[in-house]
Design a protein around this ligand. Structure first.
Ligand code: BTN
Length: 245
């Protein structure tokens, strides 16, 4: 079966809808909503999702190999998103580990990858992307952090939203299929070319405390490399906050 494409006026969350219906939907199915009543971000935050401005999209990808083979998936999705934007002539954005897309110091898009299934066996990823096309002053205020949109990067009007959606769906279908074949190894170079933390002074706060050093790229599994006074640290968990020091 071919991947399905559904466009709804309103959903609670495109990712929740895909999760509820994952069993009946074919691989690479895509869910888009004009507005979300309960858009979700990472770490339990909400994702503001008013109609008429932005893009809220989720994609289902099944993997036979289990979670064990999926390290780096959320970084690969960042690369896929930036490639889609580059195909539309927007080449200014970069990636902040693990998977924020930033431009001009503000957040351009959020990526939420949720896994279900087995560690070594069939599993599924629901990949949710919220992309800012045009932010209002009210949205910027509510965002709680600096934000950027495609309109700003394009110097006025954002690209036609259906072209953005089409580019993203195409890039996801192509990129996720490649990830299934090659893993994150197939994305390392493209990630490095868009890595905003490379050579930046960083402060990483995790359960074990605070680490300070310089961004040294990512490894083939997608872990962040941090060069500190006592040597190179490998940061696996996305459960840390990474800041420019
Ligand atoms: C983040 O916290 O940066 C991730 C935000 C992800 C938002 C998108 S919008 C489409 C999909 N549906 C959701 O409820 N969340 C994701």
């Amino acid at each position: 079966r071919l991947g399905e494409l559904e466009v709804h006026w309103e959903l609670d969350s495109t990712s929740s809808e895909l999760q509820r219906r994952a069993a009946e939907l074919p691989d690479l199915s895509v869910m888009i909503a004009e507005t979300q009543s309960a858009g979700r971000g990472r770490r339990g935050r909400s994702w503001l999702s008013p109609p008429g401005l932005n893009l809220y999209l989720s994609c289902l990808k099944r993997f036979d190999a289990g979670f064990a083979a999926l390290s780096g998936l959320s970084l690969a999705v960042g690369v896929i998103l930036l490639r889609a934007l580059e195909s539309l002539g927007i080449a200014e954005a970069g990636l902040k580990w693990p998977n924020d897309a930033l431009a001009r110091g503000g957040k351009l898009a959020g990526i939420l990858v949720e896994l279900s299934g087995e560690y070594q066996g069939p599993c599924a990823a629901v990949i949710g992307i919220g992309l800012n096309l045009r932010l209002t002053d009210a949205l910027r205020e509510q965002a709680g952090q600096p934000a950027c949109d495609l309109a700003t990067l394009a110097g006025g009007e954002p690209p036609e939203r259906n072209l953005v959606a089409a580019a993203l769906v195409t890039a996801l279908a192509e990129g996720l299929t490649r990830f299934e074949r090659d893993g994150f190894r197939g994305f390392v170079e493209d990630y490095a070319a868009r890595d905003l933390l490379l050579d930046a002074p960083l402060r990483v706060q995790g359960a074990q405390g605070v680490l300070e050093g310089t961004g040294a790229g990512v490894d083939e599994r997608g872990a962040l490399l941090l060069r500190a006074a006592d040597g190179l640290h490998r940061i696996d968990s996305a459960d840390v906050s990474v800041r420019r020091a």
